[in-house]
Design a protein around this ligand. Structure first.
Ligand SMILES: Nc1ncnc2c1ncn2[C@@H]1O[C@H](COP(=O)(O)OP(=O)(O)OP(=O)(O)O)[C@@H](O)[C@H]1O
Ligand SMILES: [Mg+2]
Length: 279
């Protein structure tokens, strides 16, 4: 948004239109023109091709909705913010179905008006970038957080567990907590949960696991966090490769907003990697 955004105002009430134009100018937008409903509105929109259209919608709905739909049909990329003295669902729904991007209730609050215009402009810019291939397609994947520390006993498991509980409880996110400590995984002890199945069992059966059966491998903590414990026998890690771990994390990230990995401290004595690399 390098230049000043051009806005047009469609409001049959001239006094209110003048007020809104004054507010827009005060907010730093350029008012390119103003009109009432019907043909004069289409003509203005088609001739000026503004960045945003601001439009009053009021009962009776026939004329404003007809104007809105027709402009939206002809200029589908033009973001339209509607405003009204009413805050009823019928009006809002009708506006959205006819192509409005946002709905504001009068009296218009300048800050709310500014935020709405900026938001619809940003959305339009993002859509343009996506169409031009300048944005990657969104990947449906949760955020993966690895908790790592260069030493043992410095609070990695404490941080992982508390972070998981806070994300689930306070931020209302779905969270998977994975015990990736290949030496002595103690997430289950810290969270006080029983271990029946571990990451090793899930990795072994991953080809047969779907969204539903995945739940059978996870223990649901009272906080709502889904825990994938470490094997109770550390030797079970031997059969796991890095690829297994990556696949497990991928599956969890496709079904949770956050996947938190608690890891082991690197071994100081041996240069042996903690897991065999994938073949
Ligand atoms: N911020 C803290 N202040 C004081 N004690 C802490 C803090 N964080 C963790 N501890 C304590 O330090 C000990 C080690 O913590 P924790 O098990 O979380 O570390 P770790 O890095 O996961 O250890 P390991 O390398 O063995 O996996 C625990 O007794 C824990 O209660
Ligand atoms: Mg630990």
């Amino acid at each position: 948004m390098a230049r000043v955004p051009q806005v047009i105002v469609i409001d049959p009430d001239r006094e209110s239109s003048a007020e809104i134009q004054k507010t827009l100018t005060m907010l730093g937008f350029s008012v390119a023109g103003a009109a009432g409903y019907g043909v004069e509105a289409f003509t203005l929109a088609f001739q000026l091709r503004p960045d945003v259209m601001l439009m009053r919608i009021e009962e009776p709905l026939v004329r404003p909705v007809q104007t809105l739909s027709r402009i939206n049909d002809g200029l589908p990329d033009l973001p339209i913010v509607v405003f009204s003295t009413e805050a009823n669902i019928r009006l809002m729904r009708q506006s959205m179905v006819s192509g409005a991007s946002d709905y504001l209730q009068e009296p218009l609050n300048p800050e709310e008006l500014e935020a709405s215009i900026i938001k619809v402009l940003e959305r339009k810019e993002r859509e343009g970038m996506r169409r031009r291939g300048e944005l990657d397609d969104p990947i449906p994947q949760g955020t993966i957080i690895t908790v790592f520390g260069a030493k043992g006993g410095i609070g990695k498991t404490t941080i992982s567990s508390n972070l998981a509980v806070a994300l689930a409880g306070e931020a209302h996110q779905s969270v998977a907590l994975v015990d990736m400590d290949t030496r002595f995984g103690d997430v289950a002890i810290t969270m006080d949960i029983p271990v029946e199945r571990s990451i090793a069992d899930l990795a072994r059966n991953l080809d047969n696991v779907d969204r539903q059966s995945l739940k059978e491998y996870l223990v649901e903590h009272e906080s709502g966090v889904h825990i994938l414990p470490a094997p109770t026998r550390p030797s079970d890690w031997r059969n796991l490769t890095a690829r297994h771990v990556r696949d497990v994390v991928d599956v969890l990230a496709q079904t949770h907003d956050f996947v938190i990995l608690d890891t082991r401290a690197p071994s100081m004595k041996s240069s042996r990697p903690p897991l065999r690399s994938a073949r």
